[in-house]
Design a protein around this ligand. Structure first.
Ligand code: TRP
Length: 327
């Protein structure tokens, strides 16, 4: 079974990314032949800084390895290193309709946040479809926000297959089953996010222990005093969810453990649980990040594997679309 996921190198990674993404990847790689693509080409579809992109790309590779991905077992690579991705983007754009792209809600949301709305932001889902289809992917582990993009990928694949002959496996999205939703500590009605949330309410995976403690200490809680997971208690529910992420305990277990305790105790304990969760990760991250040369060699090896895996698909695409052989 082929598994493919893409992760953007921009934006500081936070606890929500850990719960809904990084935590899953390490277990995913045991289920089949896994490809993890650092989608640097996607990241330039909005305003960005080139020096920052370079640093963040190496950061993300170190984060992926430090959270448990094994570059020997999985293929971890940068999208820009495998030219088949940009080629597939153009070819697939011819079997994607303007109307389909115009319906993408992520485009509408992201476009609203930009002064300059690039054409690349609009065609972003075509590049993503190519990422997935080039590897004959069966399963795409993503957040629910990517549902529409994976649906589009299936439609594009079906259209290509019926027009030019069976070429692509139809991929299926899989969403994190634990369902832990990590919300902003200051505004617990909002998802934790470096773009949409508050700074004080967003716990970064690379925050120091003291910063983490401070953020939890100032987390908003709710009226009443009972520690229960309930819809009218978004703040406390969020702290409980974060505790389950950090310790692996269930919501019921956490509730039972804190029966009769106050909000203050819960906040302190969640902070310590998160510090303990992140400490070994941060140590490993720093060790890896101190050797950028080795990280680049790891990416080069990943790119080689990815080129080999995608070569038959891109060749078949050109061939079936009627291009004269290139060799
Ligand atoms: N669009 C995805 C996101 O924002 C990132 C992505 C790019 C991706 N290509 C992909 C995810 C291919 C899964 C498969 O999260």
């Amino acid at each position: 079974m082929r598994i493919f996921s893409g992760i953007q190198p921009t934006g500081a990674k936070h606890l929500g990314n850990y719960a809904g993404g990084f935590r899953q990847y390490a277990t995913t790689q045991d289920q089949g032949e896994a490809f993890f693509c650092i989608v640097d080409l996607h990241s330039i579809s909005v305003e960005y800084d080139p020096a920052d992109l370079r640093e963040r790309t190496l950061d993300l590779l170190a984060i992926l390895i430090a959270t448990g991905l094994d570059p020997e077992r999985s293929t971890i690579f940068a999208q820009s290193h495998v030219t088949a991705h940009t080629e597939a983007n153009w070819l697939l754009a011819t079997v994607t309709s303007f109307g389909e792209l115009r319906r993408m809600t992520q485009f509408k949301d992201k476009a609203d946040a930009q002064q300059f709305v690039s054409a690349a932001l609009f065609t972003y889902p075509v590049l993503q479809a190519g990422d997935i289809l080039l590897y004959q992917t069966d399963i795409v582990p993503v957040g629910v926000d990517q549902r529409q993009h994976v649906e589009l990928t299936r439609n594009v694949a079906e259209r290509f297959n019926s027009r030019f002959g069976e070429t692509f496996t139809l991929p299926r999205a899989v969403y994190p089953e634990t369902g832990a939703k990590v919300m902003d500590l200051q505004e617990p009605e909002k998802k934790m996010s470096t773009t949409g949330g508050t700074e004080q309410g967003t716990v970064l995976m690379l925050d120091s222990p003291d910063v983490i403690r401070k953020k939890f200490k100032t987390a908003v809680t709710d009226s009443g005093r009972e520690i229960v997971h309930a819809s009218d208690k978004p703040g406390v529910s969020n702290l409980i969810e974060i505790m389950t992420v950090a310790t692996g305990d269930s919501i019921d277990e956490v509730q039972a453990r804190y029966a009769g305790e106050g909000y203050g105790t819960l906040k302190t304990d969640v902070a310590e649980a998160v510090v303990s969760l992140l400490q070994p990760f941060q140590d490993r991250f720093r060790e890896l990040r101190s050797d950028p040369g080795e990280l680049q060699r790891t990416l080069a090896r990943g790119a080689e594997k990815a080129r080999e895996a995608s070569a038959p698909t891109i060749a078949a695409m050109f061939d079936r679309m009627g291009f004269v052989g290139r060799r």
